[in-house]
Design a protein. Structure first.
Length: 299
């Protein structure tokens, strides 16, 4: 391996349900995206970051491209084209189980202009759904439809060729140092992001019951003594009433355990290290109305 380090941006395009999000998650190795985060180098939301010793690949979000029926539609499409022209490489996704249709052709028609400047990689997604002949036929159909810089079949579900796709994308990035050293996504301190991931996991499935009643504080994030590959994270999940504590905990604490597992995986993906997550639920009575408590909770 050469010691060149590359860094840059990619985005995936394709019609709805083409498998873009799932593929992004497979590349990134978990859900990292903190949806509101906006990097300084681009105006677009980061969906995830692939960290490798030889590269950092930042996958950004694009709104969907529409057939413009209105002025607003046209404006939206301008935004999309703008994004395409700002990334280093574009991945066009087409699912293996659906014929290349008018929706694909429309997007490809728009991509022609981009492709003069930015390489477009054709990605046949969901290969696990069809026999190999059909994957081959889809590759052929794409080849006929567009002049792709590369073509690759992948399955995000079983991981088939996801690494190959990462290699192809990385090869198109300019040389440069990591844009987000240490996996940082925003200027926010890592503890805040970690708290957000825990809060999001804790709210999953109970948003209706506990709309605004959860706050998370991260008390401590320290490397485990004598280990440089394990981070101990201690955090509190605050609710307002004892009854809400029960909802978070679940039967015999099963739900909290699940929350911890989900949050831990996301924190590991965010920070690029293994994590031991210690979660405790506390009742902070009416914390939303108490300025002292609010301050303590970081509001
Ligand atoms: N079998 C299989 N299903 C997949 C694969 N990738 C995605 N899917 C499924 O296809 C559906 C759409 O996937 P998404 O990743 O949400 O597609 P998307 O392109 O991000 O969709 P939009 O957000 O609507 O643009 C989901 O039900 C996924 O579970 C895959 O590799 N194999």
């Amino acid at each position: 391996m050469s010691d060149t380090h590359r860094s840059g941006f990619a985005c995936f395009v394709g019609r709805p349900n083409a498998g873009k999000s799932t593929l992004t998650n497979a590349l990134v190795g978990g859900k990292v995206a903190i949806t509101s985060s906006k990097p300084q180098t681009t105006r677009h939301a980061i969906r995830g970051i692939v960290h490798r010793p030889d590269a950092q690949l930042v996958i950004v979000d694009t709104p969907g491209l529409h057939r413009p029926r209105t002025l607003l539609g046209e404006r939206l499409n301008d935004v999309v084209r703008q994004t395409w022209s700002e990334v280093d490489v574009v991945g066009f996704c087409a699912p293996a189980d659906q014929k290349v249709g008018p929706g694909d052709k429309f997007i490809l028609g728009e991509l022609v202009k981009v492709a003069r400047k930015t390489p477009v990689i054709g990605v046949v997604t969901k290969t696990d759904l069809v026999p190999p002949e059909q994957v081959a036929a889809q590759l052929l159909a794409l080849q006929e439809a567009f002049d792709f810089a590369e073509l690759v079949p992948v399955s995000a579900k079983d991981g088939y060729q996801v690494g190959t796709l990462a290699d192809l994308l990385v090869a198109r990035l300019p040389e440069g140092p990591a844009l987000y050293p240490g996996g940082e996504l925003t200027d926010e301190p890592e503890a805040v992001l970690v708290g957000e991931l825990i809060r999001e996991a804790a709210l999953e499935g109970v948003r209706d019951e506990l709309p605004h009643s959860i706050a998370v504080t991260v008390e401590e994030m320290v490397p485990r003594e004598g280990r440089d590959d394990l981070l101990d994270v201690h955090a509190f999940v605050f609710v307002e009433r004892p009854s809400q504590k029960g909802i978070i905990l679940g039967h015999r604490g099963e739900r909290l355990k699940q929350v911890g597992t989900v949050a831990r995986q996301q924190i590991e993906a965010l920070l690029g290290t293994r994590v031991y997550l210690d979660l405790h639920v506390k009742v902070a009575k009416d914390w939303q109305r108490d300025p002292r408590q609010l301050r303590r909770l970081g509001f």
